[in-house]
Design a protein around this ligand. Structure first.
Ligand code: BG6
Length: 460
């Protein structure tokens, strides 16, 4: 899960706003606002999903107890930057925000659950939007101060950290990934890559600071992963897919290898784009690479040289071409378990670092009727098929630190803002207008996954 998709209490205890807090759901212009946030800023909506979310802020003891009963050994979530530094620029942190995460981590540790924490899961304080978002170099220092604060505070409670969720998101959705409004940019490619560069430097600085505070910290990057296949064996399609993959890997290349890949440097040069990159930045990148590669995987992607006449499908980060060999879920996202094995092998071969799968799961339209728990065999099938391929990848020699399904409990969808796009092993009684008791009920998949954990994957 992530902070603003689960916590709620978006305006409580001194918290500042993040982008999620100013947009409604897909029934009320969310997709339009994600492309131009000013659309949402001009309006007041009746219901903002993140303001209440699933109320994890108040219900975390019962939720963590359910995760413990499930047998979970790790909880992957994030700290909301704006709970700690409401506007992002304050010198002193907000104690109430810090105290909340103390309570959450203590509760996890009570049950032997290891918190796996992302510093920025689409939660840059919204106030920064007005000064250009991540296009503004000053964010590096503000992020470093935030990272130092939480690293010091939780140095004995959290060992596994990731700096920026799906850092490649800034390239496809610059507002979500970097608070950069594409409609306001003369040269959006320039703006996106400048923002990405500052994020990379901020992430590397966080690695440096974290290691000084606790050398045992394991600090990773996080990629929205999923190989892009060529539509056919036509070399034109293969070249298109090759370039697409290079584009998605480029920022992770910097975080793992400490230098920009030639393909990106050259692409920017060819397009006449000059970025503000100092020698000091390059040293910081070089000297502070990550310990592991965190990733989300929902499906592979598909591209072709000539896409115009081809059908499209939904996908994480970006829509993709429809692959005729794959099945789709209620939201048009396709399932490709073998693509998971391919992606894991590709990442490991490229980076030679342990991989941590922190997101993989299946969304569906589900409605609990007459107190009957949801029978989500499709989700069981999806997770089972992916776990089999995870095991195959491990047999191939890929080093895997962990796997956390997305997600333990229904949460607000990041792209659509809809709770009714459900991913959880536990059902939450809430609809897209904000009605519902918020009661939790384990689904069939919860009980199945309990067996998976207790048998350490032998009983799938
Ligand atoms: C990833 C995000 O992009 O995909 C998650 O890290 C998100 O926050 C997940 O929830 C699934 O996407 P969505 O839009 O269906 O919630």
């Amino acid at each position: 899960m992530s902070a603003s998709q689960a916590e709620g209490e978006a305006l409580k205890d001194g918290k500042g706003l993040v982008m999620d807090d100013v947009v409604a759901n897909a029934n009320h212009e969310r997709y339009q606002a994600t492309a131009d946030i000013d659309i949402a800023l001009r309006k007041t909506y009746d219901y903002y999903p993140s303001h209440r979310a699933i109320d994890f802020y108040n219900r975390y003891p019962e939720d963590i107890k359910r995760f413990a009963d499930l047998g979970a050994k790790a909880l992957r979530t994030s700290i909301n930057w704006a709970r700690i530094f409401p506007n992002g620029t304050e010198e002193e942190p907000n104690e109430a925000g810090l105290a909340f995460y103390d309570r959450v981590f203590d509760e996890c540790l009570k049950y032997g659950i290891e918190p796996v924490i992302t510093l920025n899961h689409f939660n840059t304080p919204f106030e920064f939007y007005y000064s250009g978002g991540w296009k503004n170099r000053e964010l590096i220092g503000h992020f470093a101060r935030y990272a130092e604060t939480v690293f010091k505070r939780y140095k004995n409670k959290v060992k596994y950290w990731m700096t920026i969720n799906e850092i490649n998101m800034i390239l496809s959705l610059p507002l979500v990934g970097g608070l950069i409004n594409p409609t306001k940019e003369e040269n959006i490619i320039q703006a996106k890559y400048q923002g990405a560069h500052y994020q990379l430097v901020a992430s590397a600085l966080a690695v440096k600071i974290g290691k000084e505070i606790n050398p045992d910290f394991q600090i990773g990057c996080m990629m929205g992963a999923g190989m892009t296949y060529p539509y056919s064996c036509n070399p034109e399609d293969v070249w298109e897919a090759y370039q697409e993959n290079e584009k998605e890997y480029a920022l992770i290349d910097v975080q793992v290898k400490g230098v920009y890949p030639y393909s990106l440097t050259n692409k920017l040069k060819r397009e006449g784009i000059e970025l503000d990159i100092t020698d000091e930045d390059l040293t910081i990148l070089k000297e502070n690479t990550v310990d592991f590669v965190g990733l989300s995987y929902y499906s592979s992607r598909l591209t072709a040289a000539d896409k115009a006449s081809l059908q499209r499908a939904g996908a994480n980060l970006n829509s993709t071409l429809k692959n005729p060999y794959l099945k789709s879920n209620d939201f048009g996202w396709q399932s490709d378990p073998l693509g998971f094995r391919i992606t894991l092998n590709e990442l490991y071969s490229r980076y030679q670092l342990p991989l941590f799968v922190v997101e993989n799961g299946y969304s569906a339209l589900e409605k609990m009727e007459d107190n009957n728990p949801i029978e989500d065999d499709y989700r069981i099938d999806y997770i089972r098929d992916h776990l089999k391929e995870l095991k195959n990848a491990m047999d191939d020699g890929v080093e895997i630190i962990g796997y956390t399904p997305w997600s333990g409990i229904d949460i607000i969808s990041a792209s659509s803002g809809m709770i009714e796009k459900r991913y959880g092993l536990i059902y939450v009684d809430l609809d897209d207008e904000g009605n519902g008791s918020l009661d939790r009920t384990p689904k069939k998949s919860y009980h199945w996954y309990q067996k998976v954990i207790s048998s350490n994957g032998a009983d799938l």
